[in-house]
Design a protein around this ligand. Structure first.
Ligand SMILES: NC(=O)c1ccc[n+]([C@@H]2O[C@H](COP(=O)([O-])OP(=O)(O)OC[C@H]3O[C@@H](n4cnc5c(N)ncnc54)[C@H](O)[C@@H]3O)[C@@H](O)[C@H]2O)c1
Length: 430
């Protein structure tokens, strides 16, 4: 029995990793490990990042601190159960004292899984979110994990979430438990200098959607109270703590995202986007996301031939931020009637003039604000550009239904028919 009998929730909890922010903080990594008496680490990254500056700087710092390092550069961008298992096998072999993840969400999430399964071995679906997996809580403390994000996007350095694609089901799912949170996130603006503009745009729009979704999610007081604190879910619903982080993240996105994408040498903009990603991560890591993310999982899981121009990957895939943002305008048009004021507040934080806008126009106002960012940043114009047509909608809807963990936080109840209409609305935005 994980919920109390009948009474509604009245408390919220803020959980996050420690965060250090500043140019050059990657060079401090070796000291952090030395001070914790760590001697042997497994450093995870992806093949493209392997020879780039964030990894070379981290390795130099570890070397200077006399730490023994094994590098695993087999992380798959948009990881799968198979690529998680490859990393877990490596962790089993190396038996490190700690993990270091240098990369985007794909790398940090893979490191969380490697840490979990090598520390508490189990059947792969044991810890995976229900209904796909069993959702067994992380049994105890994990080894230290140091996360060095190289994208300004997922906020994975602050969250207890690890997302992957379960290949045989063509569905993205994940593991969610506060115990997975990294020990320390090192936010170093120097590490995003080599980010291709297409990745900066996609990951920045993920930040935008994290913030709007957590701000508009179902109110935390609508859930049932947990029977004991440890059963309080990580995704608690919109609440006064996460609101602060979400709104501030939106204001930062408004000012700095276009600059960070268009002028990669703008150190201030890139730094502020790294912070915005963590702020939004703290917001959604404690409130949750809802339909744009729930609907994004089949959009990326069912990919056929799509390759995002400007992405440094060869395989067919829909970048996470793109799969999310393409659903967002349609979703907020649908959810706005549940709380027009919040939808307008989010639009205002993104720079829209909402003075005098009537509540019935809140959804369109927020959708227009998001579409204007998408157009400025050069995203595809809708799901159609990824290769989806009306005939794919039933499968997209079926792929969304198992994503309870996030879709149950929608502020407005929805049916399969509503989901189908939202996917239809997302086929083309301009
Ligand atoms: N754990 C969470 O809380 C959470 C939240 C949102 C998304 N995610 C997951 O994170 C993954 C996406 O992560 P992401 O959007 O950060 O991107 P990513 O890690 O998939 O990286 C995208 C691409 O950019 C390249 N790249 C990354 N940093 C670079 C740099 N500094 N210079 C040059 N190239 C660089 C990578 O090599 C890769 O090709 C998805 O699987 C998504 O589902 C996790």
């Amino acid at each position: 029995m994980t919920e109390s009998e009948g009474s509604n929730e009245s408390a919220v909890e803020l959980a996050t990793s420690n965060i250090r922010f500043g140019p050059g903080v990657t060079r401090e990594l070796g000291y952090d490990l030395q001070d914790r008496r760590i001697q042997k680490v497994l450093l995870l990254t992806d093949p493209h990042l392997r020879d780039l500056q964030p990894v070379t700087t981290a390795l130099a710092s570890l070397d200077a601190a006399d730490i023994r390092v094994t590098v695993f550069d087999g992380v798959k961008v948009e990881p799968t159960d198979q690529s998680f298992k490859d990393a877990i096998r490596m962790a089993d072999q190396v038996e490190p004292d700690a993990f270091v993840a240098v990369g985007g969400g794909s790398v940090i999430d893979t490191a969380k899984a490697a840490n979990l399964y090598s520390t508490y071995p189990a059947d792969f679906l044991e810890y995976v979110n229900p209904p796909i997996g069993k959702g067994v809580p992380v049994p105890g403390p994990l080894k230290p994990l140091f996360a060095v994000p190289t994208t300004a996007g997922t906020g994975s350095e602050t969250t207890g979430v690890a997302i992957f694609d379960l290949e045989h089901m063509h569905a993205k799912t994940g593991i969610a438990d506060r115990g997975l949170k990294p020990t320390l996130g090192l936010l170093d603006p120097d590490n995003t200098r080599t980010l291709p503009p297409a990745v900066a745009a996609s990951t920045g729009l993920d930040v935008l959607s994290h913030a709007v979704e957590s701000f508009t999610a179902m109110d935390f007081r609508k859930r049932l109270a947990p029977a004991r604190p440890k059963f309080r879910p990580a995704y608690q619903g919109a609440n006064p703590i996460s609101d602060l982080w979400a709104l501030e993240a939106l204001r930062m996105v408004r000012t700095y995202l276009p600059r960070a994408v268009k002028q990669p040498d703008d150190d201030e903009a890139r730094g502020m986007m790294l912070l915005a990603a963590s702020y939004a991560g703290i917001g959604f890591g404690n409130a949750g996301v809802h339909l744009p993310h729930g609907m994004s999982y089949p959009v990326s899981g069912m990919v056929r031939e799509f390759r995002m121009p400007g992405y440094p990957t060869r395989h067919a895939m829909v970048p996470h931020g793109i799969s999310v943002i393409l659903n967002a305008p349609a979703v907020f048009r649908f959810t706005a009637p549940a709380d027009p004021r919040r939808h307008l507040e989010a639009a205002a934080a993104l720079g829209e003039d909402v003075e005098g806008v009537p509540p019935e126009d809140a959804g369109d106002t927020l959708a227009d604000a998001i579409i204007s960012f998408m157009r400025r940043l050069g995203t595809p114009s809708g799901l159609e550009e990824l290769g989806y047509t009306v005939s794919d909608i039933p499968e997209l809807v079926q792929g969304t239904l198992p994503q309870h963990r996030v879709t149950k936080l929608s502020p407005r109840a929805f049916s399969e028919q509503d989901l189908a209409l939202m996917f239809r609305d997302a086929l083309r935005h301009w």
